[in-house]
Design a protein around this ligand. Structure first.
Ligand SMILES: NC(=O)C1=CN([C@@H]2O[C@H](COP(=O)(O)OP(=O)(O)OC[C@H]3O[C@@H](n4cnc5c(N)ncnc54)[C@H](OP(=O)(O)O)[C@@H]3O)[C@@H](O)[C@H]2O)C=CC1
Ligand SMILES: CC(=O)N[C@@H](CCC(=O)OP(=O)(O)O)C(=O)O
Length: 400
C-alpha cells in the first residue's frame, strides 16, 4: 500500500490505485493536485466530491460575461469536464443571449445574460469576476461568504490599501476582503491558492514580468536596482468597451507608449518583486500598445549579481520551471514570439547576454487574455476546487 510520504514525490496512476487505505481524502487530493503538474489524477477521485453533492459538475457564475475576459472564460470552460456555467451577468448587454453578444459562442448551451442585481448566487459554487476595477469591490462585498471567487480585476491585488487608493484614485470599500485575498500567480503560490476563498488574479503585465523575475530575485542572481521593463500589449488588454483611443485608425500601423511612469501595474509589479527580495524594489516600467488583438511581450533589462552569468540565469529558470505545464524556457538563443502563445495558457521565456558586460536581457511572452487573465483564473479555480490544475487549459496555441 502506498503511504502519504510516497505521494509527496510523484503521483502516478499505479501508486494512487494502490492507495485505498486509511489516507484522508482531502490530504490525498491536495497532494495529487500538486503532483498534477507532472501527471493527472484519476477522474474517479475528482468526481467523488461532485457526486457526493448530488450534481454532476461544480456550478460556476461568470460576472462580466459580455467582456473579453468573460468570453475567454466561456471559451475555456466549453471543454471543461468539472465546471458548468449556470449564471452569467452583463451590464449594458443584460437580457441578451451570449450568441448575440459573441457570435463565436453561439453553439454554447448557456443561460442568457442577466444584470448582477438579478443574478441568483445561491445556485453557484464559484464565480469568475470579470468586471472593471472599482465596480468589482462593490459587487463582491455583497456576495455570499461561501462562494469561491476568482477576481480578474485589480481590486484585491495590492495588499496596501493606501497604495490602491493612490494609484487607482478611489477609496477601497472592501478592506476586510482585501485581507483575505490571495494573490494568484499560480506557479509561485500554489499552496495558498489551494486554500483560498478569494483570489486576486494578477494583471497581465505583472504576470509576464514576475514569472521570470521572482525566481531570479529569490535566488539572488540579479541586482534589484536598475531593472528596466519594456512591455507591449495587444489591444484586447483594454477591454471591449468603446474608446476613441482604441479605434482601428488610432492603433493600426503604429505603436505607442502609454502610462509612462504612472501605469497602474507599477505598484503590483513592485509589490511582487519586493516580497521576493525582502526589500523595497522599484522598477522603470513602460507599456506599449501594439496593432494586434492579443498577445504581450515583456523585455526586461537586468544587472546580474557579482560573478553570475547569463548561463546561470538560464539554468536557474530552466530548473525552476522544469516540471511546469505552462511556463516554458525555450532552447538557448530561441526568441519567444507572441504568435506562439495565442489562445493558450503558455508563458514562453528566454535569457540573452547583453552586449554590456554584467547585464542580461530577459524576454517573456503570454497571451494577455489567457495566462494574463482568464487562463490563469481557471488554473486558480481548478486548484481551489481540487481539480488538476491543467484541466481545460491544454489548448494548443493558434498558429499562424
Ligand atoms: N483584457 C485583459 O487582457 C485583461 C483584463 N483584466 C481585468 O479584467 C476585468 C475585465 O476585463 P475585460 O474583460 O477586458 O473588460 P471588458 O470591458 O471587455 O468587459 C467588462 C465587463 O463588465 C461588465 N460591466 C461593466 N460595467 C459594469 C457595471 N457597472 N456593473 C456590472 N457589470 C459591468 C460589462 O458588461 P457590458 O458589456 O454588458 O456593459 C462587461 O461584461 C477588468 O478589471 C480588467 O482590468 C485583467 C487582465 C487582463
Ligand atoms: C492594453 C491595455 O490597455 N491594457 C490594460 C491592462 C489590462 C489589465 O491587466 O488590467 P487590470 O490591471 O486593470 O486588470 C491597461 O494598460 O490598463
Amino acid at each position: 500500500m502506498c503511504s502519504l510520504s510516497s505521494f509527496n514525490s510523484i503521483c502516478t496512476r499505479s501508486c494512487f490505485f494502490g492507495c485505498q487505505d486509511e489516507m484522508k481524502y482531502s490530504k490525498a487530493r491536495k497532494l495529487c493536485v500538486r503532483a498534477s503538474v507532472v501527471t493527472s489524477i484519476p477522474q474517479s477521485l475528482r468526481t467523488e466530491e461532485i457526486q457526493a453533492r448530488k450534481f454532476e459538475k461544480f456550478r460556476v457564475g461568470v460576472l462580466g460575461a459580455s467582456g473579453y475576459t468573460g468570453s475567454e472564460i466561456i471559451r475555456l470552460l466549453a471543454n471543461h469536464p468539472n465546471f458548468q456555467i449556470t449564471m452569467m451577468t452583463a451590464d449594458r448587454k443584460a437580457g441578451q443571449s451570449i450568441g448575440s453578444v459573441f457570435p463565436h459562442l453561439v453553439k454554447q448551451d448557456l443561460p442568457d445574460l442577466v444584470a448582477v442585481k438579478d443574478a441568483d448566487f445561491s445556485d453557484v459554487d464559484a464565480v469568475f469576476c470579470c468586471l472593471p476595477h472599482g465596480t468589482t469591490q462593490e459587487i463582491i462585498k455583497g456576495l455570499p461568504s461561501s462562494l469561491k471567487i476568482v477576481d480578474l480585476s485589480a481590486d484585491f491585488r495590492l495588499q496596501d490599501v493606501g497604495e490602491y487608493e493612490e494609484w487607482y484614485g478611489q477609496p477601497h470599500v472592501a478592506q476586510e476582503l482585501q485581507k483575505e485575498a490571495v494573490y494568484g500567480l499560480t506557479e509561485l503560490s500554489r499552496s495558498e491558492i489551494e486554500n483560498a476563498r478569494l483570489i486576486a488574479n494578477p494583471g497581465c503585465y505583472p504576470t509576464s514580468i514576475q514569472l521570470p523575475l521572482v525566481p531570479l530575485i529569490k535566488a539572488n542572481l540579479i541586482e534589484v536596482k536598475n531593472i528596466i521593463i519594456d512591455s507591449k500589449s495587444g489591444v484586447s488588454g483594454a477591454g471591449r468597451g468603446a474608446k476613441e483611443a482604441n479605434l482601428y485608425t488610432e492603433i493600426a500601423e503604429g505603436i505607442h507608449s502609454y502610462g509612462v511612469t504612472r501605469h497602474r501595474h507599477v505598484p503590483e509589479i513592485e509589490q511582487g518583486l519586493s516580497e521576493a527580495a525582502k526589500s523595497k524594489v522599484t522598477v522603470s516600467f513602460t507599456p506599449h500598445l501594439m496593432p494586434m488583438s492579443r498577445g504581450m511581450q515583456s523585455t526586461i533589462y537586468v544587472e546580474m549579481a557579482h560573478g553570475v552569468s547569463t548561463d546561470d540565469l538560464y539554468q536557474h529558470l530552466s530548473n525552476f520551471y522544469e516540471k511546469e505545464e505552462f511556463v516554458i524556457m525555450l532552447k538557448k538563443n530561441e526568441v519567444p514570439h507572441t504568435r506562439h502563445v495565442r489562445g493558450s495558457n503558455y508563458c514562453l521565456m528566454n535569457v540573452f547576454p547583453d552586449r554590456i558586460p554584467g547585464r542580461a536581457i530577459i524576454i517573456s511572452v503570454i497571451d494577455n487574455l489567457v495566462k494574463g487573465a482568464s487562463g490563469q483564473a481557471l488554473q486558480n479555480l481548478n486548484l481551489m476546487m481540487g481539480i488538476p490544475e491543467n484541466t481545460g487549459l491544454l489548448t494548443v496555441p493558434l498558429f499562424p
